[in-house]
Design a protein around this ligand. Structure first.
Ligand code: AP5
Length: 213
């Protein structure tokens, strides 16, 4: 197996960029989406995770690493994984290295989406999501054809519970404290490739495709 990691603060556009890479043969793995699915199914894991996610705190490393371990061990040996939102701590990064090594795989690139805080706040405040298909919109930068309705499902768009101003600030603080150190970790391995994610959606997608598409 081969893997690429999309690293960057909340709202940098990891999910938005992932959409184009899925068409290039990558298997998109978003730990945020996996956790929200557990919440939707009302599992014990999901109910515990929800409390932390709604406050902008991370879910414990062992829970997230366990989900990724299960997924990798049950996947096709030739799969190309695109990790979005994982790893987020040094412990998770080290565990991912171990899992990849155990499967004789390679971590090929870590694409770092760089974006200033004020841009992130505007993006997350204006994000809207379809609860049925998961499609992500932005009221200004990526609007639905009919305001407030999903283009695919036609149902009402929702705002994520963690996209309020207080929780966005908390998520940014947690990113700086716990995830930003991964930049140095991956720089030391020669794997980091920074991209200016403050540009338009089309420009960011092109830059990422040029790098790993
Ligand atoms: P997760 O769902 O991963 O959230 P996140 O990292 O905070 O990232 P987002 O999904 O908010 O943003 P994104 O970068 O994907 O941006 P998007 O493309 O949507 O995690 C949620 C929570 O789960 C965490 O807080 C934590 O509690 C828990 N969790 C998850 N993984 C974990 C882990 N590994 N360990 C522990 N806990 C974990 O774009 C945002 C908006 O901007 C959209 O509206 C989009 O349309 C718009 N947009 C995107 N790009 C552009 C652009 N270039 N120009 C203009 N608008 C744009």
């Amino acid at each position: 197996m081969n893997a690429v990691v999309l690293l960057g603060p909340p709202g940098a556009g990891k999910g938005t960029v992932s959409e184009v890479l899925v068409g290039k043969g990558y298997t998109h793995v978003s730990t945020g989406d996996l956790l929200r699915e557990q919440i939707r199914l009302e599992t014990t894991l999901g109910l515990e995770a929800k409390q932390r996610m709604d406050q902008g705190k991370f879910v414990p490393d062992d829970v997230v690493v366990g989900m990724i371990r299960d997924l990798l061990q049950s996947s096709d040996a030739n799969a190309n994984f695109l990790f979005d939102g994982f790893p987020r701590t040094l412990v998770q990064a080290e565990k991912l290295d171990e899992l990849i090594e155990a499967l004789s795989g390679t971590l090929e690139e870590v694409v770092l989406l760089q974006c200033p805080d004020e841009v992130i706040v505007e993006r997350l405040s204006g994000r809207r999501t379809c609860s049925k298909c998961g499609m992500v919109y932005h009221i200004k930068y990526n609007p639905a054809v009919q305001e407030g309705k999903c283009d695919i499902e036609g149902c009402e768009l929702m705002q994520r519970p963690d996209d309020n101003s207080e929780t966005i600030k908390k998520r940014l603080d947690v990113y700086k404290e716990q995830t930003a150190p991964l930049i140095t970790y991956y720089e030391a391995k020669g794997l980091i490739h920074p991209i200016d994610a403050a540009k338009s959606i089309a420009e960011v997608r092109l830059a990422v495709l040029a790098r790993i598409g």
